[in-house]
Write a protein that binds this ligand. Structure first.
Ligand code: ARG
Ligand code: ASP
Length: 721
């Protein structure tokens, strides 16, 4: 059996040249085998070892996971790292207040001493990776039943991880690829003292805000700078005043030579999740049943938050990060649905399935192995959809009520019988953060709208007891709006802990088992939360989990069948937050008939969009001054300051902050977004329409050097002129 598996794996060892232009997120370990020739043909001048090597310093030593979900890269031999403004946003915001608003005004440390400590922020490097497929699947045969298979795999993975962990403090992880057809071991090194070095004002770093988000042409200077600090042995350490800047094995030289159409580009980073091998049934569910509903819910949230933020600058600071998160996925889904529609994605998937079915039917063994696959999918997705939808409503509607999140915290707190000082301190800390960014009026509005949306759309089977009020009042022909209004009043008037003062008062004197515990249990907030959680755990999750297990199993077979049926095609695995390479070229595209978009934008466009009335388009005076003087130093090109450029690299969420590298291995940009016409690339890539958006590195240097005057930072970089 082992043999069988290795045969199917070796199928994608051929050559990538047969693949659609520039599609794919490739595994660094296999570049030499599959990709390097194609890359060199496109203009890459270095070797596979220059990108990934265990024996010598390579680019992988300069690329890291930044925080939870972004990428960053080293750009100096003093641990200076570059990522996006939207990736550093949380840190920048956490140091900001109305008096000292680094989001609005930017922040520049003019010396190491001024760099700001960020509690909890980490960066993670890959030390090495290894294909452990045969070890993970050891002991499994074609006939092993599912339960046993799962147990064997779990056990094998545990053994591999324990073995890799011996005698070191690395972070060790085995991850599945191609839905369990292949497995890799990852050995990672985590650094924990990461300080904020610089960030432009939002009017540069988030220029165009959510209006321009996911759009090309784009003029956002989406970058921020941090520094890794280590102990005196150059090893990771918790924050200490004695820590010093990290001396890396490798950092990227920065090229200010500029970017031309058709230039080779490569993006090296941590794409989070793609689903390129879904069946037509899955694409249909996402596109036609799930996305439209999620879009609708978020549209409601966006309307409420933006109205309140527009009215009050205090609310703007509190809600800007939350709003950006909600709006980001909302806009992506709209683009994704549009892209899938234009591509006729469901029909394309059906055609692939038809081909596969024909191939299966050619052979008795194939019929035995894969014969039921597609009809099974059809049935599973039909049954799965209502549960999936309810689950989405739980997350998108109920869980987006801020009061519910806080109630959930309270609920787990009052469960603890033996309350320690630490527990009290920890919930106080949580509450402080929560209230810092909480506006009760906004949350009330959210509550009312989301409550109604859940009631109307999540499905009859998934309504908790509290929804009975609708039936009761309906009886008396009382309007839904009024019911919601009345219930919301009762809810907020009587959930005392949503008031910061009352909460603080309560927590200072808290003791378990006294009236205190009961006092929380008596609040509508607590009961509402419990009602929903009960429904979630009894009526939603057991079913979504059941169907997901079934689907995962089918996916494993499906992708194997696909690979076996196309022995000449090279498959790339879906993104799964592991280090990948995408390569392509700087390129234009045609968003609509008769329109071609240039591959770069300039500061002229910023000035065109300038509007002091609108927060997101309010260009700083200093920037205008530099523009009118054309004071671009060595960073300009033909009298213009370039800002962003697009290329055909296949990227996704998580690739934000990734280095964009030219044929010489030099940094030419920072990846931060995709074009709206191409956001369906997470499900289906279209080489004509999909572009990644990068910030031109020259604009980064211009802002640091000319705009902020933090010259020391440019001096520590290796600038190639
Ligand atoms: N669309 C980009 C990504 O998915 C950038 C998001 C941050 N910017 C914003 N305006 N919300 O992360
Ligand atoms: N903006 C995304 C990120 O934060 C990148 C993308 O989806 O293209 O990772």
């Amino acid at each position: 059996m082992k043999k069988l598996i290795s045969i199917s794996i070796s199928i994608f060892i051929l050559s990538v040249s047969q693949l659609k232009a520039d599609e794919g997120m490739w595994i660094p370990l296999f570049l030499k085998k599959y990709n390097i020739e194609a890359m060199q043909k496109k203009g890459f001048k270095l070797t596979a070892e220059d990108i990934y090597s265990v024996n010598k310093a390579s680019m992988k030593d300069a690329v890291m996971i930044f925080g939870g979900g972004c990428t960053a890269e080293l750009i100096s031999d003093r641990g200076l790292i570059l990522t996006n403004h939207h990736c550093g946003y949380y840190s920048i915001q956490s140091h900001s207040s109305l008096e000292n608003d680094y989001l609005r005004n930017g922040f520049w440390a003019m010396s190491d001493k001024e760099e700001l400590v960020n509690e909890g922020l980490k960066v993670t490097f890959l030390v090495r990776m290894e294909d452990v497929t045969s070890k993970v699947l050891n002991g499994i045969s074609e006939n092993t039943d599912d339960y046993k298979r799962e147990k064997i795999i779990e056990n094998n993975i545990r053994l591999i991880e324990e073995d890799a962990q011996k005698g070191n403090s690395y972070k060790i992880k085995v991850k599945s690829f191609f839905y369990g057809n292949q497995y890799f071991l990852f050995v990672q090194k985590v650094y924990k003292d990461i300080r904020l070095v610089g960030a432009p004002p939002s009017s540069i770093g988030k220029f165009g805000g959510d209006t321009d988000n996911w759009m090309w042409p784009r003029h956002t200077g989406d970058f921020s700078l941090f520094r890794i600090y280590v102990d005196k042995n150059n090893e990771p350490a918790e924050y200490s005043e004695d820590n010093v800047p990290y001396k890396p094995k490798k950092h990227f030289p920065v090229s200010i030579k500029g970017v031309k159409k058709n230039d080779f580009t490569m993006v090296f980073g941590y794409p989070g999740r793609t689903q390129e091998y879904l069946t037509s049934y899955a694409v249909d569910m996402i596109k036609n049943k799930i996305n439209p509903k999620k879009i609708e819910v978020r549209q409601n949230i966006i309307d409420i938050m933006s109205a309140d933020m527009e009215k009050d600058p205090g609310v703007r600071i509190k809600y800007s990060a939350k709003y950006a998160g909600v709006s980001n996925a909302w806009k992506k889904w709209i683009g994704e649905n549009r892209g899938l529609e234009i591509l006729d994605a469901v029909a394309k998937k059906e055609a692939t399935e038809k081909q596969l079915t024909d191939w299966i039917n050619e052979d008795k063994d194939r019929i035995a192995k894969y014969g039921n696959l597609l009809t099974d999918y059809k049935n599973i997705y039909k049954d799965y959809t209502p549960y999936k939808l309810a689950q989405e409503y739980f997350y998108e509607a109920i869980w987006r009520m801020e009061s519910v999140k806080f109630s959930s915290k309270m609920a787990s707190f009052i469960k603890k019988e033996d309350v320690k000082k630490d527990d009290i301190e920890s919930i106080k800390k949580y509450a402080k953060e929560f209230f810092k960014n909480y506006n009760l009026t906004t949350d009330k509005k959210l509550f009312k709208t989301l409550f109604r949306l859940y009631y109307e759309n999540a499905g009859d089977k998934f309504q908790p007891e509290v929804m009975n009020i609708f039936t009761t009042f309906n009886h008396f022909k009382i309007d839904k709006e009024i019911v919601v209004e009345k219930y919301a009043k009762l809810y907020f008037d009587n959930t005392f802990f949503l008031n910061e003062e009352k909460f603080n008062d309560f927590i200072e004197k808290y003791s378990y088992g006294s009236e205190d515990t009961q006092k929380v249990k008596d609040t509508p907030g607590y009961n509402f939360f419990y009602d929903f959680v009960n429904v979630y755990y009894s009526k939603i999750i057991p079913f979504t989990e059941k169907y997901k297990t079934k689907i995962d199993k089918k996916n494993r077979l499906y992708i194997r069948a696909l690979m076996e049926s196309k022995p000449n095609k090279v498959f790339y695995p879906d993104a799964n937050s592991t280090l990948r390479i995408a390569y392509g070229k700087v390129d234009t595209y045609e968003p609509r008939d008769g329109v071609e978009y240039q591959y770069f934008t300039t500061l002229d466009g910023v000035i065109e969009k300038d509007n002091p009335e609108i927060y997101d388009y309010d260009v700083p005076d200093r920037l205008k001054e530099l523009y009118y003087k054309k004071d671009y130093g060595k960073y300009g090109e033909d009298g213009k300051m370039h800002i962003c450029f697009i290329a055909s690299n296949h990227t996704t969420g998580g690739n934000s902050g990734s280095p964009v590298i030219n044929g010489n291995g030099e940094l030419i940009g920072v990846n931060f977004d995709r074009n709206w016409e191409g956001t369906m690339s997470d499900i289906m890539y279209n080489p004509d329409q999909c572009r990644n958006i990068s910030l031109d590195i020259r604009y980064v240097l211009f802002i640091i050097d000319k705009f902020a005057g933090d010259k020391r930072l440019v001096d520590e970089m290796t600038v190639v002129e």
